[in-house]
Design a protein around this ligand. Structure first.
Ligand code: MG
Length: 424
């Protein structure tokens, strides 16, 4: 664990990203309150809001019918995820000119471990200034970011949130906890509403009180070693969290109102799965478990998981999906006809190529291997078509069109979609 005085980490966060890209692309939207929405209906929520809309209290997650009441002139813009990914890629290219990138956290956030000669107040401020100016010059004047610099990446992220838009906050070890004391507990990344309640129950309701706990106490409050880690990060220590093996690949989709019947929902689940399989194969992973979860319009949630010898062809997964789907239907019957609001499929228990051979051999049956080889050959042929044409060439099942256009590729805040995922 290191606790040197150096400003080692820079955290970069684009401001109102989707909305800013729209304003950059469409001059008529500049200076106007806009909300980016997944689809044109009042019953959806904003996935981004411009600063002009934020001034009225509209933010990510605000329902559109409420947002329109708060801000009568609000302009709703359907999301164009492919454009945001394109900007993302260009922004990455720009940032890399100024500092190495260690981790891309989401479509609008990344962190950089500053090179040793850039870890002073002056040099890190210079890097930050160059990034901002590079983006204005080479990407667009309407794209701005907030940057945080600190001894570790958690503090750098917290710092990036302290001044918006277009901020730069540098937290030096020797100034801690000073600038943090003005924040609320929930302003700290990693402390949500529930954690706040737990802290309150332990008699902690301010950053100052949190600062004055001990690592041991923090461990107790968090109920595990994460508490201790949080304490050390907050106090400026720098270390990497241990690797966890929870990689997974999945997609989920809120269904358009006209695609909520059982048949369409099932088709959507199949498409999402084929898409996830394609990503799995590109990353050369095998998956040993499939999780299906659904939410019905009546508000019920259902989820179950299938486990199997690790595989990576769509046919195997689709078979398991069908089994899960059937099980789900029987769990709901008898009852009124089902209408689905959301479906999600996740492949997990991922492993790399080389780790797999034994499972196939251990399963013992020659036919099984021959069958797997056939599936594999067919799946490879599908991959080739997909790679060649970069869009839906062959689908296993039918292809419903949706208002949003892109099926499956929704931008999550923890994952940046790859260009190949924008088919359709
Ligand atoms: Mg942001």
């Amino acid at each position: 664990m290191e606790r040197e005085p150096g400003l080692k980490w820079l955290f970069f966060d684009l401001n109102s990203y989707f909305a800013s890209v729209e304003q950059q692309e469409r001059p008529e939207l500049r200076g106007k309150p806009i909300a980016v929405v997944p689809m044109q209906t009042n019953s959806t929520c904003a996935i981004a809001a411009s600063y002009e809309a934020k001034a009225y209290g509209v933010k990510t997650g605000t329902m559109i019918y409420e947002a329109k009441k708060m801000c009568p002139g609000l302009i709703c813009i359907p999301a164009r995820h492919d454009v945001y990914v394109d900007y993302h890629n260009r922004i990455i290219q720009e940032v890399i000119k100024h500092t190495p990138i260690n981790k891309i956290w989401s479509i609008d956030e990344l962190s950089s471990r500053l090179p040793p000669n850039k870890r002073t107040l002056e040099r890190s401020a210079e890097v930050s200034k160059n990034i901002k100016e590079g983006i204005w010059q080479n990407i667009g004047k309407h794209i701005s970011c907030s940057i945080g610099v600190a001894p570790n990446s958690l503090l750098a992220k917290i710092a990036s949130n302290m001044q918006k838009p277009n901020g730069l906050t540098i937290l030096r070890q020797e100034d801690l906890p000073g600038p943090l004391l003005a924040l609320r507990l929930t302003d700290l990344t990693g402390i949500g509403k529930n954690m706040e309640k737990r802290l309150n129950r332990a008699g902690i309701s301010s950053i100052e009180q949190l600062w004055n706990t001990s690592p041991k106490q923090a461990r107790k409050i968090w109920g595990g070693v994460q508490g201790e880690r949080f304490w050390y990060w907050l106090h400026g220590y720098d270390f990497d969290p241990p690797e966890t093996n929870n990689v997974m690949i999945g997609h989920s989709r809120i269904l358009d109102p006209k695609l909520r019947h059982e048949n369409e929902a099932r088709t959507m689940a199949r498409r999402l799965l084929v898409k996830a399989t394609y990503r799995l194969r590109r990353k050369e992973y095998y998956a040993g478990a499939l999780n299906l979860s659904v939410r019905t319009c009546a508000g019920y949630r259902w989820a179950n998981e299938a486990r199997f010898p690790a595989a990576h062809d769509p046919f195997t997964f689709l078979q398991h999906l069908d089994d899960l789907w059937g099980g789900m239907l029987t769990d709901f019957i008898p009852g009124p006809p089902l209408r689905f609001k959301k479906v999600s499929v996740i492949l997990h228990h991922l492993r790399k190529d080389g780790q797999i051979t034994h499972d196939i051999l251990d399963s013992g049956y020659k036919e099984k291997i021959v069958d797997l080889e056939k599936r594999e050959a067919l799946a490879s042929a599908l991959d080739k078509l997909q790679n060649k044409y970069q869009k839906e060439t062959v689908w296993l099942g039918t292809t419903p069109k949706t208002i949003g256009g892109y099926v499956g590729t929704k931008i999550s805040f923890s994952r940046v979609p790859e260009k190949e995922e924008f088919w359709g």
